[in-house]
Structures are given as structure tokens and as C-alpha cells.
Design a protein around this ligand. Structure first.
Ligand code: NAI
Ligand SMILES: C[C@@H](CO)CCC[C@@H](C)[C@H]1CC[C@H]2[C@@H]3[C@H](O)CC4=CC(=O)CC[C@]4(C)[C@H]3CC[C@]12C
Length: 411
């Protein structure tokens, strides 16, 4: 197991009102049959030149697409890339004409047999698939099913089929902000923080991360140990970031204005999607060579993006696209925001039988946006040589160009 991060910002906090891990065992063990005997991949005995099979779950999502493209650009040992997602993107077609075999697999991580079939024969799994919902669109049960049971299915598939290397996309949310609103100021993987979750999304990510870390060292088919690690992005931004695009469209609708709701002094951790993808690719590559060091470890995702409030950070992109943020201080008193967020939650509950009402503002999103949570660490650099691939200036320019294009295509 890991040598660092014991007892710190480890995400082993409490999920208030959620089932313990062992209460939901996956059916994979039974359903796999002889799948595990078909192939016995392992990079340890691989020749230098051996081409590897990678599987990216959630490979058509915001982050997943960047991971897929990054692998194709920057992983010289890539022989086949399997892209597994519930909804396959049309852009995958263009990738199929390149030198690397790209296999699109439409599947559901909650279906153990589909996961097992996709994992069989893969050397490395990058598990980014997840239900990212903090707005109450999906039920807590569905979030748990996808994020926790889905992850369990991936782990069991690795064990059964002999896949040895698993990188999991976790989240800063497994640490916090906690329900008490304690600030996490420039913290690292070892910073002590009371992780208490109530919301289904952070609960599910924390449970899933724990499953992944506890699976490190398990014997996979063929007798070798599974090596796992978890990467914890803060708020990801960049090309494909839907919430950023929504803010832009909202600003356009309001005549070019956005209104400050959160004090500028509240710092929110952000990281560019290209750097998050690069970190996944590097971690996956180095897991074999540095198994003893990296196995069972967690890494925050970080880069040179500045520490700012959520809204001020967004203005780095929305400003050059013509929007203005009104107010040096929040225009509404905080108690009124709390009231509006509670009202939204009530309306969501009342309207649920008729229509899905899921605005951006709810008690949870307000608490997250209004609590300082920033990371300052070099653990990924020390453990696997990570350096951001994109500077802040590059990240900013790329994001601005995307917002402009995405915004104008909506008009
Ligand atoms: N967006 C963010 O700021 C952050 C995201 N994360 C994590 O990064 C990962 C990717 O998130 P995003 O790209 O932002 O979300 P996304 O929603 O754009 O991508 C998730 C992908 O997973 C797929 N998926 C969902 N349920 C599935 C299922 N049952 N079976 C197969 N595929 C399924 C979706 O179709 C989608 O393509 C998630 O695990 C999320 O928890 C972590 C920290 C921050
Ligand atoms: C109060 C509003 C006034 O403008 C602003 C509301 C913004 C919120 C919708 C976002 C603020 C912080 C975001 C979350 C944060 O970046 C951490 C996350 C990590 C994840 O793993 C998933 C996404 C998210 C929860 C992200 C979601 C949107 C915010 C709550």
C-alpha cells in the first residue's frame, strides 16, 4: 500500500447516510466465466518495444476525450486504444484512420459483463467514467450505482482478466469542501482535513476512490499484483467545459453582464483539462516502473492556473469574450443566496413529479463555490515526473478560443 498520504487529505472521510462499501458486492465474479483465461497481459514481462492496449472508460466525456487524444499523441507504446462509453461521440470516427487501432465500445460501467469484455486483454485501464451531478439531475442511487458499483466492476474485471494497471479519476471532492465549510488553503495530499460528505456525488467519489486504493496489491489472474492510483482534479476547465459555456451563454442573454455572487477572496482550485489528461497518461505509463512508490497513492491534479475565486477565474476567459462581471463585492447578501439556494432545492423537490428543475444554484453548489479549496503540491512531480504540459497562458488561450467558438455556434 501507499507510503504517503496516511491520515491526511486522504478522502477516507464519512459519507453521512450512505451504505458502507461492503454492502454492495458486484456480480462480476460470477458472470465472468472463463474470460480471465483468455489473455494474460502484464507489462512487467513485456519487451521494450511491445505495443500496449489501453482502455479509457468515459472516453467520450469532457476529460475522457482529452485523455484519448493525449494518449494518441503522446504514448509511443500505444498499440490499441479502447474507448468505452455509454454514449459514443461521432469524433471517434476520425481517429480510426490513424496508425493506432481505436476501438469504440458502447457500454455501461454498471454492467459487469460489458466492463469485463472491454477490459479483457487490456494492459492499462484509465477509469474516468462517472456521473458528475451536483445539481440533482440524477437520483442518489443512480450516482452511487455508476460511480461506486461501476468502479467496483472495473476493479473486478482487472482482477479476473489479469489487467495489472489501473488509474482512477477521483476528485478534489473526496476531500472537500466539507459540510462545515472549512477552508482547504493550498493544501496537499497529506494536509489534515475533516472530510465529511453529505452529497451523493462526493460520497460516491470517496467510496470509489477507497475501493481503488484498497485494490492495490490484489492478485490478478496470472498471479501478479494489481497496481492502482487515483488522481484528484480540482475544478477542471478547458475546451469542452459545459458549465463555462453555459455561463457564457447566460452572460450573452443578460446583455454581456454577469453579477458577482461570491466574494473575490474565496479561492477555488482549477486545473486545465489538457494537463489533467497529461497527468493521467504519465501516471498510467509510470505505474509499472514505479509500482512500489505509486501503488495505492492519491495525487491532486495541479498546474500553473492562478488561485482565484470561481467567478474571477471564469472571467479570465469570459472577459476576453466580451462579458463583464459586475460588482467588486457580491451584489446580494449571503443570507439571500442561501435562501435562494434553499428555495431552488425546495422547488426541485416539489416539481420533481412533473418536471426536472435543476438550476446551477443549490445549497451544495453554493457551499462549494463559497468555500476556499486550493491545492499546492508537487507529489506528482516527485513520484512520476509530472510537469504541466500547457502553461497558464496556453491553457487560457485555448479555453478562450473554445468559449468563443462554442458561444457563437449557439447563437
Ligand atoms: N469536471 C470536473 O470539474 C471534474 C471531474 N472529475 C471526474 O472526472 C471524470 C470525468 O468527468 P467529466 O469529463 O467532467 O464528466 P463527463 O460527464 O463529461 O464525462 C463522463 C463520461 O462518462 C460517461 N459515463 C457516464 N455514466 C456512464 C456509464 N454508466 N457507463 C459508461 N460511461 C458512462 C459519460 O457518457 C461521459 O462521457 C469523472 O469521474 C468526474 O468525477 C473530477 C474532478 C473535477
Ligand atoms: C453560486 C453561483 C454564482 O455564480 C456559482 C455556482 C458555481 C457552481 C455551479 C460550481 C462552483 C464550484 C464547482 C464544482 C467544483 O469545481 C468542484 C467539482 C469537482 C468535481 O469533481 C465535479 C464538478 C464540481 C463539483 C464542480 C461543479 C460546479 C461547481 C459547484
Amino acid at each position: 500500500m501507499g507510503q504517503e498520504g496516511e491520515g491526511g487529505a486522504s478522502g477516507r472521510g464519512r459519507c453521512v447516510g450512505w451504505p458502507a462499501l461492503d454492502e454492495r458486492r458486484g456480480p462480476l465474479q460470477a458472470s465472468l466465466g472463463t474470460l480471465g483465461q483468455r489473455l494474460q497481459p502484464g507489462m512487467a514481462d513485456s519487451a521494450q518495444a511491445q505495443k500496449l492496449v489501453y482502455l479509457v472508460t468515459g472516453g467520450c466525456g469532457f476529460l475522457g476525450e482529452h485523455v484519448v487524444r493525449m494518449l494518441l499523441q503522446r504514448e509511443p507504446r500505444l498499440g490499441e486504444l479502447r474507448v468505452f462509453d455509454r454514449h459514443l461521440g461521432p469524433w471517434l470516427e476520425e481517429l480510426k484512420t490513424g496508425p493506432v487501432r481505436v476501438t469504440a465500445i458502447q457500454g455501461d460501467v454498471t454492467e459487469a459483463h460489458e466492463v469485463a469484455a472491454a477490459v479483457a486483454g487490456a494492459h492499462v485501464v484509465i477509469h474516468t467514467a462517472g456521473l458528475v451531478d451536483v445539481f440533482g439531475r440524477a437520483s442518489p442511487e443512480t450516482i452511487h450505482e455508476v460511480n461506486v458499483q461501476g468502479t467496483r466492476n472495473v476493479i473486478e474485471a482487472c482482477v479476473q482478466t489479469g489487467t495489472r494497471f489501473l488509474v482512477y479519476t477521483s476528485s478534489m471532492e473526496v476531500v472537500g469542501p466539507n459540510t462545515k465549510g472549512h477552508p482547504f488553503y493550498r493544501g496537499n495530499e497529506d494536509t489534515l482535513y475533516e472530510a465529511v460528505h453529505r452529497h451523493p456525488y462526493p460520497c460516491s467519489k470517496a467510496l470509489a476512490e477507497r475501493l481503488v486504493l484498497e485494490a492495490n496489491g490484489r492478485e490478478v489472474h496470472g498471479g501478479l499484483p494489481l497496481v492502482t492510483c487515483a488522481l484528484r482534479p480540482t475544478g477542471i476547465y478547458g475546451e469542452g467545459h459545459q458549465i463555462m459555456r453555459d455561463f457564457y451563454r447566460q452572460g450573452l442573454r443578460l446583455g454581456g453582464w454577469l453579477f458577482r455572487a461570491i466574494p473575490a477572496s474565496v479561492e477555488h482550485g482549477r486545473v486545465y483539462v489538457g494537463n489533467v489528461a497529461w497527468m493521467h497518461v504519465l501516471a498510467a505509463r509510470e505505474l509499472e516502473r514505479r509500482a512500489a512508490l505509486m501503488g495505492g497513492q492519491v495525487y491532486f491534479c495541479y498546474d500553473g492556473s492562478p488561485y482565484k475565486s470561481y467567478e474571477d477565474f471564469n472571467m479570465e476567459f469570459l472577459g476576453p469574450c466580451g462579458l463583464q462581471l459586475v460588482g467588486a463585492r457580491p451584489l446580494l447578501p449571503y443570507w439571500l443566496l442561501v435562501f435562494l439556494a434553499a428555495l431552488n432545492a425546495l422547488l426541485q423537490w416539489l416539481l420533481r413529479p412533473l418536471v426536472l428543475y435543476a438550476p446551477l444554484l443549490n445549497p451544495y453548489t453554493l457551499a462549494v463555490a463559497n468555500t476556499t479549496f486550493t491545492v499546492s503540491t508537487d507529489k506528482a512531480q516527485r513520484h512520476f515526473g509530472y510537469e504541466p504540459l500547457f502553461s497558464w497562458e496556453d491553457s487560457r488561450t485555448r479555453t478562450i478560443l473554445w468559449v468563443q467558438a462554442a458561444g457563437s455556434s449557439a447563437q
